[in-house]
Design a protein around this ligand. Structure first.
Ligand SMILES: Nc1nc2c(c(=O)[nH]1)N[C@H]1C(S)=C(S)[C@@H](COP(=O)(O)OP(=O)(O)OC[C@H]3O[C@@H](n4cnc5c(N)ncnc54)[C@H](O)[C@@H]3O)O[C@H]1N2
Ligand code: MOO
Length: 651
């Protein structure tokens, strides 16, 4: 047996213990840099900074007016106005001017009546030192402006400069080497050969590290070769403070990070009890941290935050504030095994005054689901699975105010929804739309129990106008709802160009070697297929590929395109986008189901106006013809439509 196949599984220390172990393994003594104040934003002070001069450095007028000696104006009153002569009793001053010698108060110009060129009159006495900024009123020489280990903000630059400081001592940034490893990796932009993967984790790491205050040093892709990795780590520890190695920390035959680190230094620990993100390697080479992160992007970014971010904060001596949290109710069950902490990405919507969370795809490779997530559930290792309806705390990845202003559509998917998302943004709408493609039936069910604002459905044929209404009544019997038509889409079979298997209809799905790619249960497409099979008396278990479920029309098309399936169902627009052949079956309406209270809300009205706009209608019409259109770029920004906020017609 190949030795690498006998590698041990990774360990499972708890995340908290692993973080502590890492922190206890290093002591840092970062250098201090002196940098010009204008460049100091987001840096961290290395020492306290004291004012070198006072601000203001002279008594200054705080208002436009006249400077006087207060004592000389004592007799002024409304009955006996006092006349003052310029150059003798008063001096004109503007805000910020030094107070002329011999004066100690300023009278605002509004309180002064001009008599002639050199004479003014006042009706009340000046109060000594009123409207005068005394020396050091703002910053006083010798005062501490910023303490040590302070994260410098734009306003701090102002007080530093005002206090006569031009250079500020800051903690030098930790230089962090980033070593993406893997012979399958290629730089972005290259035309991909089979098996090649675009290297993007390195860029994401660099960007997070910059955001957290470190200085990333991206050192390029290292192939799967222990000698190359060894040299890359040794080079990196020469010039960098820490090293982050990406991938190769698991137990595959080409995962060398552990052995190389062991050989060059010490493995502190390998493997944490989390999902995703478990194959983490923490090591020490030449007394410097070497951190091996899993290759799968979501696992990698979470683990970067768990292990590298606290090191950065420790280096700078600052404490990052934790993300805001929010109590949410789970829309669906969430599986989680005891003994491991689970991190689950969720979308969050505010529905009927409470926050509802829907779990997003769990795969550690699903970058899109992290990019789209509103929050993160952290399920403790002793918790076990979570049932739909349970409440939990979520960490927010998006501001709550944005979540509050998002309408949530769940159900079937169509490019018309993307169009809506973009039109709302183009129109500078305060509201946005978030789409959960979970299938028409699940969308209706979710709407029925208050799990989303609207459902999107395609469950019928254009010929049968009542079909959608019947579905709605079945799932939402007790709510008044609108049906808003977005499009009528040509729907049919998608096959490769030239229809190589000669597919002609459902009869060909059974026993003829044609491979199907199916949609998930609860989708309108699945329902339609099941009906066709039933009509033809075809047993689904005889259909090759019936069990292969994908979760969107795009994934159906992608499977047909890559040749792993021969046929699937989808719209003409999707077929065109993928260059596939389309065999039409029906024209199906794609409708939004909108409860009355949502339709009458400000957000609902805005959405309905957008659906009725010329821009949407034109774009939707081309979708119906099967032409894919992008967002209507360059369209004039029309505030008027939103101010009017007309309400919708009932369907
Ligand atoms: N038999 C087992 N297999 C695996 C286990 C296990 O316990 N037993 N753990 C799984 C888990 S969990 C994870 S996470 C991954 C981690 O594997 P590696 O860290 O060794 O990463 P790779 O296998 O090299 O890559 C995984 C995946 O990610 C892609 N990748 C890698 N680097 C990049 C990059 N810089 N940019 C973009 N994408 C990248 C890579 O191509 C792979 O597709 O192991 C499981 N397996
Ligand atoms: O720990 Mo891995 O990240 O789940 O796929």
């Amino acid at each position: 047996m190949d030795d690498s196949l006998r590698k041990r599984a990774v360990g499972n220390m708890s995340l908290a213990a692993a973080q502590e172990r890492l922190m206890l393994s290093f002591r840092f003594s970062p250098e201090t840099e002196r940098i010009p104040v204008p460049k100091a934003r987001d840096r961290v002070t290395a020492e306290p900074v004291y004012a070198r001069q006072s601000m203001p450095s002279f008594p200054a007028s705080a208002m436009d007016g006249i400077a006087v000696r207060a004592e000389r104006t004592r007799t002024a009153c409304p009955d006996r106005p006092l006349r003052l002569t310029e150059g003798v009793d008063y001096h004109p001053v503007n805000t910020g001017d030094p107070l002329p010698k011999g004066t100690d108060a300023v009278i605002m110009i509004e309180r002064v009546r001009r008599i002639d060129e050199r004479t003014v009159e006042i009706r009340e006495p000046a109060v000594p030192w009123k409207h005068v900024r005394s020396v050091g009123e703002d910053v006083v020489r010798g005062e501490m402006i910023l303490p040590a280990h302070h994260h410098i903000r734009p306003v701090d630059l102002g007080v530093l400069l005002a206090g006569g400081v031009t250079e500020v001592p800051v903690v030098a940034k930790p230089r962090v080497a980033i070593l993406p490893t893997g012979s399958e990796l290629v730089p972005p932009g290259k035309a991909l050969e089979r098996g090649e993967i675009i290297e993007f984790n390195g860029t994401v790491f660099s960007s997070y590290l910059e955001e957290w205050g470190a200085d990333p040093d991206y050192r390029g892709i290292v192939g799967d070769d222990p000698e190359l990795l060894r040299r890359a780590i040794l080079d990196a520890v020469e010039t960098c403070d820490w090293v982050v190695v990406n991938a190769g920390s698991s137990v595959g035959s080409e995962d060398y990070t552990r052995d190389v680190v062991q050989d060059l230094g010490e493995v502190i620990l390998h493997g944490v009890a989390t999902s995703p993100g478990s194959p983490v390697l923490l090591g020490k080479v030449r007394n410097k941290p070497v951190i091996g992160l899993p290759g799968y992007p979501v696992a990698a970014y979470l683990a970067l935050e768990w292990f590298v971010r606290p090191l950065i904060d420790y280096w700078f001596g600052v404490k990052a504030s934790p993300r805001p949290r929010l109590q949410v109710r789970l829309e669906e069950d969430v599986k989680s095994k005891e003994g491991r902490e689970h991190f689950v990405r969720v979308s969050i919507g505010r529905i009927g005054g409470r926050y509802v969370a829907r779990p997003l795809p769990r795969g550690a490779g699903s970058t899109m689901s992290l990019a789209r997530a509103d929050g993160l559930l952290r399920i403790p290792s002793r918790h076990g699975p979570i049932k739909a309806g349970e409440e939990m705390e979520a960490e927010l990845l998006r501001p709550k105010e944005q979540i509050d202003r998002t309408l949530w559509v769940a159900g079937g998917h169509d490019p018309a929804l993307d169009l809506l998302v973009n039109l709302l943004r183009e129109d500078r709408s305060p509201f946005s739309l978030s789409v959960a493609g979970i299938g028409s039936i699940r969308g209706l069910r979710s709407l029925g129990r208050g799990g989303c604002h609207m459902a999107a459905i395609h469950l019928g044929d254009e010929g049968d106008g009542g079909e959608h209404r019947r579905w709605v009544r079945r799932f939402i019997p007790d709510k008044e709802v609108f049906l808003l038509r977005l499009a009528v889409r040509p729907f049919g079979w998608l096959v490769a160009k030239g229809n190589p298997t000669g597919f002609s209809g459902p009869e060909d799905l059974s026993g003829s070697g044609v491979r199907l790619v199916n949609r998930q249960e609860g989708s309108g497409t699945r329902l339609f297929l099941d009906r066709l099979l039933q009509e033809k008396g075809i047993d689904p278990s005889t259909v090759d590929g019936y069990e292969r479920e994908v979760s969107s029309p795009w994934r159906v098309a992608a499977a047909v395109e890559d040749g792993s399936a021969d046929v699937g169902m989808g719209t003409l627009a999707v077929a065109r986008r993928f260059g596939l052949e389309f065999l039409p079956l029906r024209k199906e309406p794609f409708d939004l189901v909108i409860p009355l209270e949502v339709a009458e809300s400000e957000a609902g009205k805005m959405l309905m106006d957008t659906v009725r706009s010329d821009a949407f209608r034109a774009a939707a019409a081309s979708l119906e013809r099967g032409d894919f259109v992008g967002p209507a770029n360059g369209r004039a920004y029309n505030t008027d439509r939103f101010r009017k906020g007309r309400s919708g017609k009932r369907s």
